[in-house]
Design a protein around this ligand. Structure first.
Ligand code: PMV
Length: 286
């Protein structure tokens, strides 16, 4: 009996969170931590998953696949390659890995964009919101320039990315933070729109800097993006502590990654300062 094993990576937001919801582009990077899924044909659908895993995504993939392709009867085994608390996008990664595995199991050929579209619909139906940048990272890997709902996905030729990630230990509800930004935008539309506009410009500039490997300038841009995220009210004391520690230890720039209020920070760091920055983030409680 044939078995198919697929894995898909988690993500980080290099530049452009929140603004991406309002139509601006963003830069997303995949991380080297992956969610794993194994499938094989069975008499009926069965799911084996680690305790505490949110099974809504797995169930929705199976449901949509059956509805669209008339295929079911699958045993699914999922494995966590990283904790769902980090904000690395474990749900999107599981959705993409399982979808891809099913297409392979039933020998249906699809392109990356078709895999993105199928997986994105699953995630949207379960979550009700989200730009889909996490799905793009899981499908394409590497670093991409992304416009919401996959209106544009451009894979950038970036092989290395000198960043350090620090985890706050605080789990956030993305929907809640997105709602807070929407409220602020309602109250102060002109101000917020001007900030989002600025972020869009930063992303365009960041795209060029990434391609040219101008790391220090990219770091500066990340810090500028963080300033706007502060104004949007999505930073936190813990995030600021880790960002401050990274900067003091010699990072070229640092910002939160994702919705904010918790999850992770990313710091752009030259090789000569990497160890110092890692240690400083740890000392600051990350
Ligand atoms: O909380 P995360 O890591 O899923 O990131 C959310 C990023 C937002 O731009 C706020 C929302 C989105 O889906 O793009």
């Amino acid at each position: 009996m044939s078995r198919v094993k697929v894995s898909a990576p988690g993500k980080l937001m290099l530049l452009g969170e929140h603004a991406v919801i309002y139509g601006k582009p963003c830069l997303v990077a995949a991380v080297d931590k992956r969610m794993e899924v194994e499938v094989e044909k069975a008499d009926k659908d069965m799911i084996e998953a680690p305790e505490g895993m949110d099974l809504r995504f797995v169930k929705m993939v199976l449901k949509k696949f059956k509805r669209k392709y008339g295929k079911s009867g699958v045993k699914v085994i999922t494995k966590n390659g990283f904790s769902s608390s980090y904000g690395f996008g474990s749900s999107a990664a599981v959705t993409v890995a399982l979808s891809r595995a099913l297409f392979e199991l039933f020998k249906i050929k699809i392109s990356k964009k078709e895999l993105f579209d199928f997986s994105f619909k699953v995630v949207r139906e379960v979550q009700g919101l989200g730009s889909g940048f996490d799905v793009a990272a899981a499908v394409y890997g590497g670093v991409s320039y992304f416009v919401k709902e996959g209106k544009k996905i451009e894979e950038l030729r970036v092989r290395e990315l000198p960043i350090v990630v620090g985890y706050t230990g605080v789990k956030v509800k993305t929907a809640e933070v997105v709602r807070q930004v929407a409220e602020l935008k309602k109250k102060q539309p002109e101000k917020v729109e001007a900030w989002l506009e600025k972020v869009g410009v930063m992303v365009e500039k960041g795209r060029e800097l990434l391609i040219k490997k101008k790391w220090q300038e990219l770091g500066k841009l990340m810090s500028e993006n963080q300033e706007i995220l502060r104004r949007l009210g999505v930073s936190s004391q813990k995030l600021e502590r880790l960002i401050g520690a990274a900067m003091e230890a010699g990072a070229d720039g640092a910002k939160l990654s994702g919705a904010g209020k918790g999850d992770c920070i990313i710091a752009l760091v030259g090789e000569e300062n990497r160890k110092r920055v890692e240690e400083a983030i740890r000392m600051a409680g990350g």
